[in-house]
Write a protein that binds this ligand. Structure first.
Ligand SMILES: [Zn+2]
Length: 144
């Protein structure tokens, strides 16, 4: 998918996904890139609630694929308070221990995000567009 199409799609859906995941306090910056080995990269500053997502638009063929990646990264942000815990643990252990702990931490995060995504897609039967539609409906009702 070319960058402009990816950008339009993200701009159309990110607000609804953020609302649905209650990420209102977060400053989230999206950029686009091409990289061989990752669909996206995420950098989080949990203390200041800032995140940068770099999306590899070239490796997404469909809208559903790209929205799934966006949703995946936002699910990481949803449980980013654990980043603060990890950072504090890192300060108390050796570099080697931190490396080992980081592998376990990353594995646990990916598993958690995968399970949350499966709950939305298979448990609730929502694709991301349906999730946003439902979120907008609930928010409109709450505000009226
Ligand atoms: Zn991930």
């Amino acid at each position: 998918m070319d960058e402009s199409k990816a950008r339009k799609l993200v701009n159309k859906y990110i607000k609804g996904i953020r609302n649905g995941l209650q990420l209102w306090q977060w400053e989230i910056n999206i950029t686009y890139m091409h990289q061989e080995d990752a669909l996206a990269e995420l950098k989080i500053d949990a203390e200041y609630k800032k995140a940068n997502i770099r999306i590899n638009h070239d490796d997404h063929e469909t809208e559903a694929d790209l929205l799934r990646t966006l949703f995946h990264e936002l699910l990481h942000i949803m449980h980013a308070d654990f980043e603060l815990y990890r950072d504090q643990v890192w300060e108390t252990v050796s570099k080697r221990q931190a490396e080992v702990l980081d592998k376990s931490y990353t594995y646990a995060c990916e598993k958690t995000v995968g399970r949350l995504l499966a709950i939305f897609e298979h448990g609730l039967g929502y694709d991301i567009k349906q999730f946003v539609k439902r979120t907008n409906y609930v928010n409109d009702k709450r505000l009226s």
